[in-house]
Ligand binder design. Structure first.
Ligand SMILES: [Zn+2]
Length: 419
């Protein structure tokens, strides 16, 4: 499979995950009775079963009879699901959710869901029992996986690493031999100052060398580089052009941090939050600007469900743009009289409406209508046609317009189709 294909596949998977997570987040347990288990790919399933068995017997101590029963039922249900797996979980691990959720009117419903192979690996085993399901670690995996280079330094110590999605990966560190400001007796002040500057310069070169080795080979995938440290170190480092010139252009910001060890990398990412959010939205902005450019120039743009779908089927769509906030189903009505098919996009919460065939006017029964998720419907066609799929946030004006004015679907075309 081509890389583009893999990308489409992961977009679809992300979307499917996001939908399940939305459902899970809406559930609530009346007590501490909703169980979530994160299982990394290298954790033996038999270990997980043993852990669940242990929790099951400990749950016998829960005072409230109702909560006790609910927790034990949830654990039993999880154990049943685990039977379907061999020695190890699927690639990237899996997440299990089970529990009795409030169904209104004092009733509860038993819900059990298993999400396999999330877009990023589950990093550690986690057992969680609370009044809601633990979805945050999964949600973090679904944010766009931007790749950023990280550098923190002062005159004594430096660390470089990656930010991949929300994951920070320290890679290399260095410490300097830069002498303190206090010179020893017998040294001339001038000579001391010169040696000290040389040592600082050497250290900056060493840090830049580490950063260059790491980032230059990946410079085309990099969304940007963040540099952190106290003043004036980070300024000296950046203004002194120590970094490879192509990397220098990728620096999206410099930030004050008080630590330059591995924890400094985390501090750097925390402090750069706004800049990172902007960078994320910038990608979406570029896509939408391209769309508007084509729309204004003429015929290399399409929008709305039906037109976008027709272009997709023709294979003419280069990039499919979908509003991240869209929650719609598409209903396909096949007319029994004349055989033509109409499609209607409806809100996910609404029931399937009745329909009259647009060709012959015959009534199409709701029971004969086929209803599915509108986004999945289009992504499936996109996958077959090698179309790139982009989800666009509504956090900026043109992103909102995609949702409000264009029905949430649009496409940038490879060639004009007149549709
Ligand atoms: Zn008809």
């Amino acid at each position: 499979m081509s890389q583009e294909g893999d990308q489409d596949h992961s977009d679809r998977k992300k979307y499917e995950f996001r939908k399940v997570i939305e459902d899970l987040k809406n559930y609530e347990g009346s007590g501490t009775q909703l169980v979530t288990i994160y299982v990394p790919e290298d954790r033996q399933v038999s270990d997980v079963v043993a852990h669940v068995t242990q929790e099951h017997s400990e749950a016998a101590n829960i005072k409230s009879k109702q909560t006790r029963t609910n927790v034990q039922d949830a654990l039993t249900s999880i154990k049943d699901r685990l039977r379907y797996y061999d020695t190890y979980p699927p690639d990237n691990g899996m997440v299990l959710f089970s529990g009795a959720v409030d169904a209104g009117g004092g009733q509860t419903d038993m819900v059990t869901k298993v999400l396999e192979s999330p877009p990023q690996p589950v990093e550690s085993f986690r057992y969680h029992c609370d009044s809601d399901f633990l979805t945050e670690p999964l949600e973090e995996m679904l944010t766009d996986q931007g790749l950023y280079g990280l550098v923190v330094l002062d005159r004594r110590e430096a660390n470089v690493g990656w930010l991949k999605g929300k994951r920070i990966e320290p890679v290399k560190s260095a410490s300097s031999l830069v002498p303190g400001k206090q010179r020893k007796g017998g040294q001339s002040a001038q000579r001391f100052a010169r040696l000290r500057l040389e040592a600082i310069d050497n250290f900056y070169q060493e840090v830049a060398g580490m950063a260059n080795d790491l980032f230059v080979p990946k410079r085309h995938e990099l969304e940007g580089i963040l540099v952190g440290g106290p003043s004036p170190t980070k300024e000296e480092f950046l203004d002194g052009d120590y970094l490879h010139h192509e990397l220098q252009d990728s620096v999206i910001g410099k930030f004050d941090v008080s630590y330059t060890d591995e924890s400094g990398l985390r501090e750097l990412v925390d402090n750069a939050e706004d800049a990172l959010a902007d960078a994320e939205v910038m990608k979406d902005k570029r896509e939408m600007e391209q769309f508007f450019k084509e729309l204004n120039a003429g015929d290399l743009a399409t929008y709305g469900f039906e037109q976008t779908r027709r272009n997709l089927v023709m294979g003419s769509v280069e990039t499919l743009l979908i509003s991240e906030d869209l929650r719609k189903d598409v209903v396909s009505y096949e007319c029994a009289e004349c055989g033509s098919t109409d499609r209607e996009v409806i809100d996910r919460r609404h029931s399937t409406p009745g329909h009259e065939c647009s060709d012959c006017g015959a009534e199409v029964a709701t029971a004969d209508a086929e209803r599915e998720d509108a986004i999945e419907h289009l992504i499936e066609i996109a996958e077959q046609r090698g179309t790139e799929v982009k989800f666009i946030s509504t956090d900026f004006e043109k992103g909102e317009q995609l949702y409000d004015a264009f029905g949430g679907f649009a496409g940038i075309l490879r060639y004009s189709t007149g549709v």
